[in-house]
Write a protein that binds this ligand. Sequence first.
Ligand code: NAD
Length: 499
Amino acid sequence: MTTITTHWLDGQPYEGNHVTTSPIHDPATGGFVGELAHATPEDVEAIIASSRKASENWSQVSLAKRTAILFRFRELLVEHTDALAEIVTREHGKVLWDAKGEVARGLEVVEFACGIPQLLKGEFSEQAATGIDVYSFRQPVGVVAGITPFNFPVMIPLWMSPVAIAAGNTFILKPPGRDPGAGMFLAELWKMAGLPDGVFNVVHGDREVIGRLLTHPDVDAISFVGSTSTAKIIFETGTRHGKRVQALGAAKNHGLVLADADLDSTVENLVAAAYGAAGERCMALPVALVQEDIADELVAKLVAKAAQVKVGPGTSAGVDMGPVISEQAKARITGLIDSAEAEGAEILVDGRNLVVEGYEGGYFLGPTVVDKVSPEMTINQHEVFGPTLEIIRVAGLEEGIEIINRNRYGNGAAIFTSSGESARTFQRAVQVGMVGVNVPIPVPVAWHSFGGWKDSMIGESHIYGPEGVNFYTRGKVVTQRWPRQSGKVSFHFSGDAQK
Ligand code: NAD
């Protein structure tokens, strides 16, 4: 019998009136593992109505009670890490230890959200004018919808929902269509943690469903993570309908390797950052800008190391890298490698024709090293989101920074060097949101916020951390006086009488 992934409404699975479904595949085998129910307009309406109703009570629940639920949710996530990771590996394909790592990074945000009483303390100015105190605090925005991408089906919902919920909002998750199972499991964990029904709902579907979330008067804020073209649609539509929107987009992160870098550790870092999760990370490092003097030596080491990467199903022990998400993704990545070859780059390690024995139907590609790339080539102009590492040879620091700043994306960038001066120049000049100094994937810890620049982020609010708390709350300022009975009221706006 086919397993159908349903929605989640009022603390339980909700089948809805589904008339359309889409298939879910195991990327390691290409086999069909289930179907996803798509919501009808009536289903979306029911889910939004539940979230709106639940927000009336949830926004009144004390900080102490909210925090207690967050702590219980944190314990349940730890307890169920293996189960969550298995779902991620089955539907996404990444190796099990990487899926567990994804849960651990999401857990960090839950732990940050456990500190919500401290984060919402507000500010107080005593005696701002004679007899007048002024204080400010923040209140929840209401109903938040989170629209998430396929590549981190646990971590990205956890970048959003714990902070939104801890701040007193209700949350509607729209998980990715290709790997929706983890989002549903999170709903179960929230329920087990004691979250009231309707505070965390889940809706599945395509553009029509998302369009309804973006335009519905009872949705107040949208958190989006995905490709740039979608981020632009989400931002434009959501803001046009009066919502606050944070929309994180695609990436093309470059790592600059200077001649004074520790070559062996840099090679280890570059290989792990280019091929981990088959390159399907928005903070992957698919381009190495290598100082000419050391380029031949570094490339020889990279080629040797890339050839050792073990590719296979994510459930097998000893595997470094699983398949990519779909047949279409595989074809797109292969096409970009073909274009580099046609435009004059050299393919030193070629993963295009890799076949994993026993998994011939899987969407596998091997690690690929593309040397002698130039910034004008098609491959460098696009986000590959696959297991490729492009090498661009540069004269030094200045040219490296200039190439990074010319790229349309600005998510992350890294420098590998033993010079503090070069690192400092780099971190100040580079036009990206997150910088690594001898750290290839500089994803900020949860108490700093995450976000890129340029086409990697539309709008201005970064996600989780302090910016997340601000995004999910609205400020209010109270100016207060307790006058003696005979006090005279002044018509002055803020003149001497008030002071
Ligand atoms: P995607 O943009 O195709 O989909 C993301 C979400 O948007 C999904 O839930 C999808 O159903 C929905 N969606 C897709 N097309 C839509 C449309 N036309 N209108 C409305 N909604 C639509 O992205 P993806 O392929 O799932 O994820 C990969 C992309 O996400 C990559 O570009 C990657 O760089 C990016 N990403 C960015 C970050 C970041 O933090 N900046 C993190 C992870 C992934």
